[in-house]
Design a protein around this ligand. Structure first.
Ligand code: RP5
Length: 173
C-alpha cells in the first residue's frame, strides 16, 4: 500500500533501472509512492530541467537522481529546484562509479546535492534518506523510520548472537 507520490526517482538511462529499483523498493517499505523517470542531463537536458522546475507544483517533496559516468543529473536538477535532491552515483563506467561519485558530490556552495554511496548500496540509502527527510514534517512516517532502525538493530544483534555457532560450523568443530 503506497500513499500519494512524494518522491521522484530519476535516472540518466534505462540501464540504471536495476540499481535504482532498489531505491523504489525501500520507499515502498515505508509506504511511499514514487514517480520513476529516465531523464538525462546530457541526452534530454530540456526535459530534465522541465521536470525539476515543475516538481514542486506536482507535489514532489524529494528528488532522487541516479547517474553514472561524469554524472551531472542530480546537480542540474538541484540547480532548477529548491526541493532537496539526493544524488546516487552509479558504477557502470570504466572507473566503477568513482567519476560519478566525484561529479555528484562536489557541488558548488549554494546548490547542495545530498550524495549517497555508489551503486545499489547508495540507491537503498537514498530511499531511507528520502523517508527521513519527509518524516521531518510527517510524524507517522517518522515513526516508520524509527521502527526500521529498531528492527535493523534487533536483526544485527540476533545475527551477532549466532556468530559463535556459525564460527564452529565454518571451522568444522
Ligand atoms: C549516464 O550514462 C547514465 O546514468 C548511465 O549510468 C550511463 C550509461 O548510460 P547508457 O549508455 O547505458 O544509456 O548518463
Amino acid at each position: 500500500m503506497t500513499d500519494t507520490i512524494r518522491v521522484a526517482v530519476l535516472m540518466g538511462s534505462d540501464s540504471d533501472l536495476p540499481v535504482m529499483a532498489e531505491c523504489v523498493r525501500v520507499l515502498r517499505s515505508y509506504g511511499l509512492g514514487s514517480t520513476v523517470r529516465v531523464l538525462s542531463a546530457h541526452r534530454t537536458p530540456e526535459e530534465a530541467v522541465g521536470f525539476a522546475r515543475g516538481a514542486e507544483a506536482a507535489g514532489i517533496g524529494v528528488i532522487v537522481a541516479g547517474a553514472g559516468g561524469s554524472a551531472h543529473l542530480a546537480g542540474v536538477l538541484a540547480a532548477h529546484t529548491v526541493l532537496p535532491v539526493i544524488g546516487v552515483p552509479l558504477e557502470g563506467s570504466p572507473l566503477h562509479g568513482f567519476d560519478a561519485l566525484l561529479s555528484t558530490v562536489q557541488m558548488p556552495p549554494g546548490i547542495p546535492v545530498a550524495t549517497v554511496g555508489v551503486g545499489a548500496m547508495g540507491a537503498r540509502n537514498a530511499g531511507h534518506l528520502a523517508a527521513a527527510i519527509l518524516g521531518g514534517a510527517d510524524s507517522a512516517l517518522r515513526e516508520k523510520v524509527r521502527a526500521q532502525r529498531k528492527k535493523q538493530t534487533a536483526d544485527v544483534l540476533a545475527k551477532a548472537g549466532a556468530v559463535e555457532t556459525r564460527l564452529k560450523e565454518i571451522l568444522g568443530e
